[in-house]
Design a binder for this molecule. Structure first.
Ligand code: SAM
Length: 271
């Protein structure tokens, strides 16, 4: 575990391998963050060479994450389960939710231990936030975890966030079955926000090829496949769309550019 008394600023916990790329750090590199290593930046650079969106796609995704959280908090949701939460950035799910409702609780889940290491430093004093290292492919482990089951009240609405994480599951891992397992545990009135790499543009196939080759993961699916993840939920207007078009706060310029079309998603409410 992380030794907080360590004085060496370059110290890294032994579970952090800087020679192998990490999804969370590659995403951070695309966002223009500083919590990444050369091996991660090489993938982001190669990705942007084939898909020259200058990282706009990741920033559009993150912006839609926050608009969705804000929307759910405004509907009265005061507890969130953010799976595949990624490294903390300038803004985060708990800060967005707590701006609407200071009592809002958030559990962050990521299978990359670097997320826990970074998030702990930020969240040490936040009583309404938890962060655990667990894998989305093990729904029971996450849903029965004491920091999830014992912290969130599953008899009341929860905002489930599966934002830019399901595209890291292969078809053979049954992404639909996994998403259904999470939805099944939610109380009526709960929401799910999900975003996903969209295969709408031919250029996306090139980005997908770079990610699959260099990172081993990152699959684009088409709109009907993405919409299918919301089965059993009532879609919040405007439905499943390219992320810049999900309840934008400023006018959206058409046609959408590469950074606008690479990710699609929406928010659904459990009846
Ligand atoms: N949700 C954040 C956002 O949209 O800004 C971060 C998205 S980032 C592209 C995907 C995150 O999902 C990474 O931090 C990665 O470590 C995590 N992840 C990938 N596969 C996962 C799995 N099987 N279980 C849990 N987390 C996973």
């Amino acid at each position: 575990s992380w030794d907080w008394t360590h004085r060496d600023p370059d110290y890294l916990p032994p579970e952090i391998d800087t020679t192998k790329p990490s999804i969370a750090r590659v995403y951070d590199a695309f966002l223009g963050g500083k919590d990444n290593f050369a091996v991660d930046r090489a993938i982001a650079m190669e990705g942007m060479r084939h898909f020259p969106d200058r990282g706009e796609g990741t920033r559009n995704n993150r912006a839609m994450l926050f608009r969705g959280v804000k929307y759910m908090a405004e509907q009265g949701v005061d507890q969130f389960l953010d799976i595949g939460s990624g490294l903390p950035t300038m803004d985060n799910t708990h800060s967005v939710a707590q701006r609407i409702n200071p009592a809002a609780k958030v559990v962050y889940v990521d299978n990359d231990p670097i997320v826990l290491a970074h998030a702990r430093a930020i969240l040490q004093t936040d009583e309404r936030t938890r962060v655990i290292t667990a894998d989305m492919r093990e729904p029971e482990v996450i849903l029965d975890h004491p920091d999830v089951e014992g912290f969130l009240d599953f008899s009341r609405p929860i905002g489930l966030l599966l934002v830019a994480v399901v595209h890291h599951l292969a078809d053979a891992e049954d992404p639909n079955g996994l998403v259904d397992a999470y939805k099944a545990r939610l109380a009526p009135g709960s929401y799910m926000q999900l975003t996903h790499f969209c295969s709408c543009a031919p250029e996306m196939r090139e980005l997908e090829a770079v990610l699959l080759q260099m990172l081993g993961t990152g699959r684009a699916r088409d709109m009907p496949e993405i919409a299918r993840f919301f089965a059993g939920l009532d879609l919040v207007e405007p439905g499943v769309v390219h992320v810049p078009e999900w309840r934008p706060e400023e006018p959206v310029r058409h046609p959408l550019d590469l950074g606008g079309i690479c990710v699609a998603g929406g928010v659904g409410r459990k009846p």
